[in-house]
Design a protein. Structure first.
Length: 388
């Protein structure tokens, strides 16, 4: 028995020694001409740099300079190395691709409606959270001065990489935006889209679907025959036209007892213009069953309804859960609000530009059109619109 135990100890000791010898052999390899000792960990690191270099089309020394942030490397090589390292899932914190300042413009019309004020406020809140390299230039331009907005789009005193804009859909604006896209700038459209801009990303709601939703609910609310008045904020904003078209289409398809009447001119989100348009409609023609306002100016509609709607209830659908709309919902004057979530649009617009610049991880679904929300008296929030 003692002999067996001694042999077991000797065998165990030999196994430990053998393991140690193998570890030393694994650590000491290839003593080169200069007498430098390389380890398996060094070989593994060198092989990894070689893989990245092969994928990025650069030398291993360039990979070393990029990942360890030492030495001068071109921006293209730097971007290729970081992209290759991400593709190979290198388990380390990777350096930023770019250097220097990144200029981003936000161009919005000088529109005093609660929605545009809320959108502007949401963008302002988001700016301090951006990377310090991003310089944001916010410009509020005269709403009716398309030439001023086009100049702001085309003429920029600094190298601009991104643009967030709410713009009219005109030939001149399309050409201007196509030019900046061709220059390599990344464009995100908010609120309303512009046609023929495949490279730009629209992050607003589906306005045609919103119009169909308004028309469908008006058709269900309005049981008696009559006219449905359609008021449009601006004729050159694609979003307003899509809303009107959507409402008209669904009513023609499903609600023969109602007739859409698009009131002439544009209200420009002005309360006085809305009041005059609705008042004139009450004075002439058959019974008014409903109203769909695609823009602002609702106080004028409310005033006209109080004065002229003495024959019974007029169903009314409007956009945005502003403070006045919440009050009209409570009073039973307004029946439905379609809200297009300005905060969400601000977030998605910034996210698109950051992803395009390689400063934010792209999601599998990307950045697409926003979703609109429907509010009735039973589910409205009851909070101050500008404080949400």
């Amino acid at each position: 028995m003692p002999g067996i135990m001694t042999r077991q100890r000797t065998s165990a000791t030999g196994a430990v020694q053998s393991a140690r010898d193998q570890k030393v052999e694994a650590l000491i390899i290839n003593i080169g001409g200069g007498g430098r000792v390389e380890t398996s960990s060094r070989r593994k690191k060198t092989a990894r740099f070689t893989d990245i270099a092969a994928l990025a089309g650069v030398s291993p020394s360039t990979v070393d300079r990029v990942l360890n942030e030492r030495g001068s490397v071109s921006s293209r090589a730097r971007a290729n190395v970081v992209a290759a390292a991400k593709e190979l899932a290198i388990p380390r914190v990777l350096p930023e691709v770019g250097h220097g300042l990144i200029h981003l413009d936000i161009l919005l019309p000088d529109n005093g409606t609660p929605f545009f004020r809320r959108l502007n406020q949401a963008l302002q809140r988001a700016i301090p959270l951006l990377n310090k390299r991003i310089v944001v230039h916010r410009k509020i331009l005269p709403e009716q001065d398309e030439a001023a907005m086009i100049r702001a789009v085309l003429r920029c005193p600094y190298p601009r990489q991104g643009l967030i804009i709410a713009a009219p859909d005109t030939i001149a604006m399309r050409c201007a935006l196509q030019e900046v896209l061709a220059r390599g700038e990344h464009v995100a459209m908010v609120v309303t889209n512009v046609a023929e801009l495949a490279q730009a990303r629209y992050v607003g709601i589906d306005n045609y679907a919103a119009g169909r939703t308004a028309g469908y609910l008006l058709g269900r609310f309005c049981h008696k025959p009559g006219r449905v008045l359609l008021l449009s904020g601006r004729a050159d904003y694609r979003g307003h036209l899509e809303r009107v078209t959507g409402c008209t289409d669904i009513m023609g398809e499903a609600f023969a007892h109602l007739r859409c009447e698009h009131l002439p001119g544009q209200t420009s989100d002005d309360s006085d213009r809305c009041y005059m348009a609705v008042s004139e409609a009450f004075k002439h023609g058959e019974r008014i069953a409903g109203i769909y306002n695609t823009g602002g100016g609702s106080p004028g509609i409310e005033a006209a309804l109080r004065r002229f709607a003495d024959h019974g209830k007029v169903c009314w659908v409007a956009h945005e859960l502003s403070d006045d709309h919440q009050e009209y919902l409570r009073l039973g004057i307004l029946d439905l609000v379609i809200d297009q979530d300005p905060d969400g649009q601000a977030t998605m617009a910034l996210q698109h530009v950051l992803m395009a610049l390689g400063m934010s991880e792209s999601s599998a679904s990307g950045v697409g059109p926003g979703e609109f929300r429907l509010y009735l008296p039973e589910n409205m929030r009851g909070e101050n619109y500008m404080a949400l």
